[in-house]
Design a protein around this ligand. Sequence first.
Ligand code: HEM
Length: 337
Amino acid sequence: CIDKSIYYEIDNEIEKIASSINAEEQLVHFYGGIVRLAAHDFMDYDQNSDTSFGSDGCIDWNHEVNKGLETIWCTSCPLTKLYRKKYSFISKADFWIASANAVIRQLSKNQSFDLANTFLWGRKDATTCKGSGNRIPLATGTCQDVEDTMLDAMGLEWRDAVALLGAHTIGKGHEAVRSPFERHDGYWMPTVADSLRFDKQYYEELILRTWRARNSGTDLEDFTASTEETHEHPQIMLKSDVCLLYNSDSNYPCCSKTHRFRNGRNQCDVEQVLSKKKCRRYSNRDTRMQAVNAVLEYLGGSSPNDNQGPFYRAFNTAWYKATTNGHDNLKPLRRMC
Ligand code: HEM
């Protein structure tokens, strides 16, 4: 049984661990990694398969899509230790979602975005989930992969997919260190502080910056922007982020805004000349205009504004669908267990 006091106690414990982390980059990864862990648990749901998976505390740890999560959930990881010490009476699946909810609340505007009202518990953990990693889009995935996973398999709408990917407003990608898999180095946000705020900035970055293809032709294809701000890492968007606004799958490598200059040089022409390859727009008849319209909606009005409402409401709906997929008989938080 999970009641409100247990739910908020978990929130409190996560805050305590976070406050013991001094290095900002590590804090970004601690917070971001928890949300990514819960997401990778639910992104393997396939409504069209006999083995449907979904949030079940099971992740394919050897699959490259999950690389990095072993530093969030491991024998010596603070989150795992917390679970083993105090919360192993609930399922890992429930615990990962409650922990992700805690992160989202703590990093939200005025710490006010509370997902407790839509939190349900009672998921059972699976001991194996063979093949689950193959259901999650790769780091170089396209909009077709987002569509296959989030719309066709998970049964979500484009507006849900766009809301969920807005979680890239926190956290970062990591360079490969002693890993057999190459990784995408960089932050989605221009500053480390921005990467510790769960807000609609992801959509603002998507629309305002000049995104140019990077690493094209390699296993690390993505986009980057020239950002003159604080962190030492590049600012990034994945192909599956940029394609929510531009039809970038259709003419990758491309650049989102081809008439912008910095220090006399076209911002598209840094690693390769892309100033003549503008990323295409979707036609009005394209179903992916639903994604574009969602991006515009979550901006919350004309810029600049601090209206987080449209994003938070859409995220709440999408998160609820994603975390409950494949389950019936889940229960809301009790007042007292
Ligand atoms: C098309 C689907 C997705 C793709 C291709 C994708 C890809 C990635 C990649 C490559 C990273 C960097 C990992 C690393 O190097 O450590 C990452 C990080 C992250 N992802 Fe996603 N992701 C997807 C969906 C989601 C969803 C649905 C959520 C949550 C709702 C999410 C939340 C995060 C967070 C918070 C991080 C930062 C992790 C950290 O700081 O360690 N992602 N994602």
